[in-house]
Design a protein. Structure first.
Length: 269
């Protein structure tokens, strides 16, 4: 017969494991490279639209239940729809077979782990740092065949908007804006002796709205600053994610031209 104290200890251990699985920002002590071809690096970014499974959360984890998803707070109205969406995302990722996949609109690391289970024999591991989007609870993360050599980190900087010289057309009051959903880390490709600095992001939506334009330029400035402060001349730099904006140098199929300078601000070289 198991005593009450032992049962309590088991319960605490299980709860601790559950909380630890919600976010996974730590690089391993011995990073590994599981790519089949170490001379080629294939990188992708994918906004996976509310990749949520209503992961169980507890008060001691410091997390809140933000959006009711699956449910009334997102596209997926029940667990069956959310699971089918997860399977669809897994099939797409399996098909393009990138070595590092940056993902936006993900609930937590538990969901990344469930995603990886649906992509067998690829060698992916999940990494995610908790963001500060209190409106949706969405986060950005990666699944990767190459382990990072640096813990995922973020910037807590806020920048005053609107920025000088902007063409957003914003006439409202000035304010401070940070980046609620982003991370940065490093990878080392030993075979070619290269260090990759990577920043993943998800910026404010609605590219044509003047207020979002002004705030998104401030967000891009935060990212520009963290890249300058955390890279060296020998780093290869990858900045990827959902900018929620247009690029001036590569137009989309509709020929949309950006009003903000958000995308160009991260082009440092």
């Amino acid at each position: 017969m198991i005593s009450r104290s032992v049962l309590c200890l088991i319960f605490l251990i299980v709860i601790g494991v559950s909380f630890a699985a919600e976010f996974c920002p730590l690089a391993p002590a011995v990073p590994q490279d599981r790519r089949p071809n170490p001379y080629k690096l294939r990188v992708a970014s994918f906004n996976v639209e509310w990749l949520f499974l209503a992961s169980p959360k507890g008060n001691s984890s410091g997390l809140e239940e933000f959006a009711k998803c699956p449910g009334t707070g997102c596209t997926w109205k029940n667990s069956e729809e959310a699971l089918e969406h997860l399977k669809t995302i897994a099939r797409i990722i399996d098909n393009f077979n990138a070595d590092i996949v940056a993902l936006q609109e993900v609930e937590d690391c538990y969901v990344l782990t469930q995603l990886i289970l649906l992509i067998p024999f690829k060698g992916y591991k999940p990494y995610m740092l908790k963001g500060t989007d209190t409106a949706t609870g969405q986060n950005v993360g990666i699944i990767t065949k190459v382990d990072p050599i640096q813990n995922l980190q973020r910037s807590n900087e806020y920048v005053i908007y609107p920025l000088s010289g902007n063409k957003c057309g914003y006439t409202g009051a000035s304010g401070n804006q940070g980046v609620s959903k982003h991370f940065f880390t490093r990878f080392y490709l030993s075979v070619v002796d290269r260090i990759i600095f990577m920043a993943g992001l998800h910026l404010l939506a609605i590219p044509t709205a003047s207020d979002r334009c002004a705030k998104r330029e401030a967000q891009a400035t935060v990212l520009k600053n963290l890249i300058i402060q955390n890279t060296s001349p020998i780093d290869d730099i990858i900045v990827l994610g959902d900018f929620n904006d247009y690029a001036s140098n590569i137009l989309d199929i509709a020929g949309n031209v950006p009003t903000s300078r958000a995308v160009s601000y991260t082009h440092l070289r």
